[in-house]
Design a protein around this ligand. Structure first.
Ligand SMILES: [Ca+2]
Ligand SMILES: [Ca+2]
Length: 337
């Protein structure tokens, strides 16, 4: 959980060759916070993943499926967990396992990457996981994936799928999934932020950039459902005293539907960016090896360890494999671009 991270010059440890357990063991356990640390983690099953590029070793914890894998992962003997989150409120928030042979059926839960996701079932009280590691951050850049489900979830007043709060528990950023849109409200905003349309049963990435300041830029960027480009909305906020203390992903009280989250990552100075779509084997490239991995998932042999869902419909199928082919053939229309 939150942990800090010193500044390192590192080569990227891809999770594909940094086994999850191994990554856990090599993760430095400092509580110091550097300016560019990752405040939190992903909602998936890689326990840690250390992006390279740069000068910072970033600790992404997996918020969701911190599966304790051995070197022979994906044999059906692993489990997903939400224990890496700072807090979990109420029933209806569970680590969703997308299933692994022979314990099928697949897709008992939706995941964007690897095998685990976060499932939140609406109804009754608010249900969410909470990350406390921003801890009074004055600059915050985050990304997560949300699967909209069949009902576009939340139709309640002041509902949310995402909240960022200050030290007093007041909302700084609220994102609701309602009426066919992601609707964003930001404290101190110079104006209303235009709704961003989304459709049912698709994965979308949501990227947020926020900072303290008397005239500070804020942006939300959303891309999904196989769309080749993102929709971005921006505003200017007046929040010179604002500090971001914690973040929640989930559903507000009285909401309906079921949503899934995955791959939450937050940092202070560098934007996490989107994961490489179609990189089904998670080696940083889109190539023939990804075709093989997608085939294996289609045949119920094993789940992809990367991001196999080219059209972002929550199903790994021939349609996704075709997009990988198109990419390999340099077809500019490939959804993998
Ligand atoms: Ca690949
Ligand atoms: Ca698909």
């Amino acid at each position: 959980m939150g942990l800090g991270v010193a500044v390192y010059t590192v080569l990227l440890f891809r999770k594909s060759f940094c086994g999850r357990l191994l990554c856990t063991l090599i993760e430095p356990k400092t509580n110091a916070k550097s300016a560019n640390q990752s405040d939190s983690r992903t909602v998936s099953d890689q326990t840690f993943h250390i992006p390279i590029r740069g000068i910072t070793m970033i600790r992404l914890k997996t918020l969701l499926g911190a599966a304790i894998f051995s070197a022979v992962a994906f044999t059906g003997a692993n489990a997903c967990s939400i224990s890496a989150w700072s807090a979990v409120d109420s029933l209806g928030v569970v680590a969703a396992d997308s299933g692994e042979a022979p314990a099928f059926p697949r897709y008992s839960g939706q995941r964007y990457s690897a095998r685990c996701g976060l499932r939140v079932v609406g109804g009754g009280t608010a249900k969410y996981v909470q990350d406390n590691t921003p801890t009074n951050a004055t600059s915050y850049k985050a990304r997560f994936y949300v699967f909209t489900g069949t009902t576009l979830a939340d139709t309640t007043t002041n509902g949310f799928v995402y909240l960022a709060r200050d030290g007093a528990g007041a909302n700084l950023i609220r994102i609701a999934l309602t009426g066919g849109n992601l609707i964003t409200t930001v404290t101190g905003s110079a104006g209303a932020i235009a709704p961003i349309p989304v459709v049912a049963d698709k994965f979308y990435s949501v990227e947020i950039e926020w900072a303290q300041g008397a005239a500070s830029p804020f942006s939300i960027k959303v891309q999904g459902a196989g769309a080749p480009t993102a929709v971005t909305q921006t505003t200017t906020t007046n929040n010179a005293a604002g500090v971001l203390k914690d973040v929640r992903l989930g559903l507000s009280a009285g909401s309906t539907g079921t949503v899934f989250f995955d791959e939450y990552d937050s940092r202070r100075t560098t934007a996490p960016g989107r994961l490489l779509k179609c990189d089904a084997n998670n080696d940083g490239l889109v190539a023939i090896g990804d075709r093989v991995v997608i085939n294996n998932e289609i045949l119920n042999l094993s789940l992809a360890t990367g991001q196999p869902d080219a059209n972002e419909d929550g199903i790994v199928s021939v349609a996704d494999r075709v997009q990988v082919n198109n990419k390999i053939l340099n077809n500019p229309a490939s959804l993998c671009n």
